[in-house]
Design a protein around this ligand. Structure first.
Ligand SMILES: C[S@@+](CC[C@H](N)C(=O)[O-])C[C@H]1O[C@@H](n2cnc3c(N)ncnc32)[C@H](O)[C@@H]1O
Length: 247
């Protein structure tokens, strides 16, 4: 495709959330968060291996493909990007084509990752948790079905950034602990937040960390306020967890 046709194709693919430079043309130059997600990526890029040769990557909620393309540029053997929104997938396919990288983009919900029947060395789960009505279910499914080693997680966080040390149990009469600023809390959005009706549960920092641990991820790095780099851990406790659809 000649470079002068690229702006037309960018416009024809609708409004972009990812600002990606395609041969000198930007897909979302007026993004409300600035040059997004490049500004976010710069804050945690060093926490992801620079050389991904020999590794596989799954990018969940890949959107316009920014992170999928970045992973492929680091040499990943195979990158699969999944998203539920066909418009974003069309953008991602176009961005990858113009960037001349080979990424497999598929329409798949995070709740259906078991159908991939594959575990990936690196799983990116960036900016999706708070868009889900069932966030812990998603984390449980990711742990069980697709994560093998690194799990790179990002969420919008609101509320306190404090972490209260929580005991393993409390008597029924204990009530004050729930009012501690650093107790894990999920804020439920019944209507909209930031004019977006797909924001449902917004954790504080303590809740994000606690949910990751509870789903079987150990946090190894916290390179940016919203980003947690984790490793898939073996769940060794005998605590019962939610039952969810086997598929
Ligand atoms: C805020 S964007 C984040 C995009 C990108 N991961 C990033 O961090 O820049 C959220 C993305 O998650 C996708 N998404 C929302 N619910 C999903 C679901 N159930 N399964 C897969 N993707 C989903 C949306 O379509 C959107 O592309």
């Amino acid at each position: 495709m000649t470079s002068d046709l690229i702006p037309q194709r960018i416009a024809a693919l609708g409004e972009w959330f990812h600002n990606i430079e395609l041969r000198g043309h930007h897909t979302a130059p007026h993004h409300f968060l600035g040059d997004y997600p490049a500004i976010k990526w710069r804050q945690f890029a060093d926490a992801v291996p620079a050389d991904l040769r020999g590794r596989t990557v799954l990018d969940i909620g890949c959107n316009g493909g920014f992170y999928s393309i970045a992973m492929k540029r680091r040499g990943a053997d195979r990158v699969v990007g999944i998203d539920w929104d066909e418009r974003y997938l069309a953008q991602a396919r176009f961005a990858a084509e113009i960037s001349e990288v080979d990424v497999e983009f598929r329409r798949l919900s995070v709740y259906d990752v078991a159908t991939l029947r594959e575990q990936f060395d690196i799983v990116l789960f960036m900016g999706v948790l708070y868009h889900l009505r069932h966030p812990l279910l998603a984390l449980d499914l990711l742990h069980e079905h697709v994560t093998r080693d690194l799990f790179v997680f990002q969420s919008m966080l609101r509320g306190s950034t404090e972490i209260t040390t929580v005991d393993s149990d409390y008597p029924f009469s204990e009530k004050a602990i729930f009012n501690a600023a650093g107790y894990p809390k999920l804020h439920f959005v019944e209507h909209r937040y930031s004019r977006d009706q797909t924001n449902w549960w917004v954790p504080n920092r303590a809740a994000a960390e606690a949910m990751l641990r509870s789903a079987g991820f150990s946090i190894v790095e916290h390179p940016e306020p919203e980003v947690f780099v984790c490793r898939h851990a073996v769940i060794s406790d005998a605590e019962p967890r939610a039952v969810y659809p086997a598929s």
